[in-house]
Ligand binder design. Structure first.
Ligand SMILES: Cc1cc2nc3c(=O)[nH]c(=O)nc-3n(C[C@H](O)[C@H](O)[C@H](O)COP(=O)(O)OP(=O)(O)OC[C@H]3O[C@@H](n4cnc5c(N)ncnc54)[C@H](O)[C@@H]3O)c2cc1C
Length: 382
């Protein structure tokens, strides 16, 4: 018999299971799919495309936690060259210099919670610069209009991910499945009973950590108020025959999309002579996948020469509500669905009340939920 049940084996559930087991609890982790990892899984076969995440942030708490435990997989650094920017319909090799004075003026300032990012930037510069800096945040918000989000949400993340050289992004070699494998092994070593192919339909007796996606957690908790804002984006993974001169990354300052060649840092992701790209375009409200795909293909036409004739593999998916929490003006992470639900039930995942960037939220809430769940184990058990 386990002291604590963890439902869901993504980054949140694995972090929770490891934390609870390290604190001495007996843990059962139940995962609906045949493999753990959730969105952090990569495809099998010659193209190792990640379902969701691509980069770990070396300056963040998830990295430090993995490092302390010897769980970091081998990681690659981003290449030094190959950046492109689409701005006002043109492809450039450098970001528009006009934004530099605004960036310098805003650096070090506390952005307000209750104003939108676009309004706040426009107060300190002009509408055009505000639109450009807003669209740059598409790369980590997956939102069609990042400028409409809280300034306090967007600005620190933009500074951290885009404006703090040298870059702290790292790419797990072989894709995120490599990281999931080290986390699952660690959990098993600690005695966690990992059961895959085990979809939970009702909450077991507590303490229990619900580490599913948020809509599934709302169903299990029987609480439709468990919701939060997230992105809706069209992702196109492409295998392309190699061509010299392909960009590494294209920031789309017109429409908040981006294109990235993941074989630039990690050539193991595709067969020899081929490249693995992912291009993504946040979908507008009421826009269908074909219309967003048409906009995305125009970005590819502008930035990756001859891509249509080089395709060897493709996968298209809409990621709706699956790319992490977004805070609207007037809200912060503290307003998201709480970790402690009462009666020995705890919530973890990338849309709950925990700080951090993208999967760091899943990790932080997993650790918090497991710490509270361990404290809730009745004395004498375990
Ligand atoms: C396109 C895209 C790009 C991203 N890029 C990055 C990035 O570069 N860096 C980064 O840090 N983050 C990134 N993210 C975010 C990252 O993918 C997520 O934050 C993270 O994977 C969420 O982990 P999780 O454990 O909260 O949820 P999930 O990974 O969704 O795990 C939930 C698990 O619960 C299981 N489950 C669901 N229902 C049940 C049930 N009833 N019973 C049992 N099990 C159940 C599911 O099968 C799943 O395995 C990206 C996301 C997307 C979509």
């Amino acid at each position: 018999m386990a002291d604590i049940t963890v439902i869901g084996g993504g980054i949140a559930g694995l972090s929770a299971a490891i934390t609870a087991a390290e604190r001495g609890a007996g843990v059962a982790l139940l995962e609906a799919h045949e493999e753990t990892g959730g969105r952090a899984r990569s495809t099998d076969g010659p193209y190792r495309a990640n379902l969701g995440p691509h980069v770990l942030y070396k300056d963040g708490p998830l990295w430090a936690w993995l490092d302390e435990r010897g769980l970091l997989p081998a990681c690659a650094r981003p290449p030094f060259s190959g950046m492109r920017v689409r701005w006002e319909g043109e492809l450039r090799r450098t970001p528009p210099l006009a934004a530099v004075p605004t960036v310098l003026r805003l650096r070090g300032r506390d952005a307000p919670v209750d104003r939108s990012f676009r309004e706040w930037v426009a107060d300190h510069s002009d509408e055009k610069t505000a639109a450009m800096l807003s669209a740059a945040a598409g790369v980590y918000t997956f939102h069609h209009d990042p400028g409409s989000l809280s300034a306090a949400f967007v600005w620190p993340r933009t500074v951290r991910t885009l404006l703090s050289p040298p870059p702290t992004v790292r790419y797990p070699i072989g894709g995120w499945s490599a990281l999931v494998a080290t986390m699952e092994s660690r959990a098993r070593e600690l005695g966690v009973h990992v059961r895959t192919g085990a979809r939970v339909t009702e909450l077991p007796d507590g303490p229990v950590v619900v580490a599913t996606e948020l809509h599934e957690a709302a169903r299990l908790l029987g609480d439709p108020s468990v919701t939060w804002t997230s992105g809706r984006t069209l992702c196109l993974d492409l295998g392309l025959r190699t061509r010299r001169g392909d960009p590494f990354i294209v920031f789309d300052l017109d429409e908040a999309g981006w294109v990235e060649r993941f074989t630039a840092p990690d050539p193991t992701l595709a067969p020899d002579g081929e490249e693995l790209f992912q291009a993504q375009m946040p979908m507008r409200p009421d826009e269908d996948a074909d219309a967003a795909a048409a906009r995305l293909e125009r970005l590819l036409d502008a930035s990756v020469e001859g891509w249509r004739d080089r395709v060897t593999w493709r996968r298209r998916q809409v990621m709706d509500g699956r790319s992490g929490a977004l805070d609207l003006p007037g809200t912060t992470w503290r307003d998201r669905p709480a970790v402690d639900r009462g009666d020995g039930v705890f919530l973890a995942g990338d849309m709950v009340a925990a700080p951090g960037l993208l999967s760091e939220v899943a990790w932080a809430s997993g650790v918090e939920a497991a710490t509270l769940a361990t404290a809730a184990v009745p004395a004498g058990v375990g």
